[in-house]
Design a protein around this ligand. Structure first.
Ligand SMILES: *Cc1c(COP(=O)(O)O)cnc(C)c1O
Length: 278
């Protein structure tokens, strides 16, 4: 069985302030970050009634890669639907796409459909089953707080679908703070409401609007600064927006930042940054 769960907490100083980092990026080589938490249920479940896992979303998504690992471990086919694939990437696979292909992913362009014997997991792993693994994350955070003696740590993590933040709040006695990275705050709120009726995490408002996946020199610089000052590589899609929002917020020490993995996707992001701004 895959040895997963739990991850360590590191203490770092960034911009002269103390932060604690929950290193979910180190959970497992193949299966890291919040996707490992979200897919934990499926990893443990008996999926022998299925012959394939079907999902959809962006061609560089971290979830896509993690699902390819899950399918491979379970001996299932993995069919992934995307709207399109850039010609360059098709000819020269990189990052999450390359690694998912190595795991046997079958890419289809178009609208997702799943038939008999196919387990459908919606985009980004935004499913109710995700709560099982996230409940474990909540328990680890409580253990850490008990151990360190922090009565009320501020827990922060950036959101995509919001599934991780939502279920973390559901299972945690601490305040969970997040910010939207894909779409705006209304979109994030809507995403919450598709999974639960109430008990939402606190959404910290961003000062500036960012288009998800677009390149912003200031975000790249922040990512670089984080790497130099903390020695930790963060993801380039969500984390710079998360840190930017966190630094501008009024959240007080102690802050626990959840590192949700995703560094495999940095290869393509870095290439785009270098190409555009070199
Ligand atoms: C998927 C992902 C997120 C977003 O997680 P949600 O549960 O969809 O909010 C954030 N950070 C990283 C690194 C991710 O891979």
């Amino acid at each position: 069985m895959l040895k997963l769960f739990s991850s360590q907490v590191d203490e770092v100083t960034f911009e002269g302030r103390r932060f604690f980092i929950k290193r979910d990026d180190l959970l497992h080589h193949d299966f890291s970050g919040n996707k490992a938490r979200k897919l934990y249920h499926f990893l443990k479940a008996d999926l022998s009634a299925y012959r394939a896992i079907v999902s959809h979303g962006s061609i560089q998504s971290n979830a896509m890669y993690s699902l390819s690992v899950l399918a491979k471990r379970k001996g299932l086919s993995f069919i992934y639907y995307a709207d399109h694939i850039p010609k360059l990437l098709r000819e020269n696979p990189k990052g999450n796409y390359r690694h998912a292909l190595k795991n046997g992913m079958q890419l289809r362009i178009g609208k997702p459909e799943a038939g008999a014997g196919e387990l459908f997991i919606s985009e980004g792993g935004a499913v109710k089953e995700a709560q099982k693994g996230i409940a474990l994350l909540a328990a680890e955070i409580e253990q850490w707080a008990d151990h360190t003696g922090f009565a009320n740590p501020n827990v922060f993590l950036p959101s995509g679908t919001g599934t991780t933040a939502l279920y973390l709040q559901k299972y945690s006695r601490f305040a969970i703070h997040t910010c939207s990275c894909v779409g705006d705050d209304d979109y994030l709120h809507k995403q919450f409401s598709q999974l639960e009726q109430s008990g939402y995490p606190h959404i910290i408002k961003k000062r500036k609007k960012y288009h998800f996946g677009k390149l912003y020199p200031e975000l790249y610089e922040l990512w670089q600064k984080l790497k130099v000052q903390t020695g930790i590589e963060f993801d380039l899609l969500y984390d710079p927006i998360g840190w930017q929002t966190l630094l501008q917020s009024s959240l007080n020490d102690p802050v626990l930042y959840i590192h949700q993995g995703g560094v495999l996707g940095n290869e393509t992001m870095l290439e785009r940054y270098r190409y555009k701004y070199s």
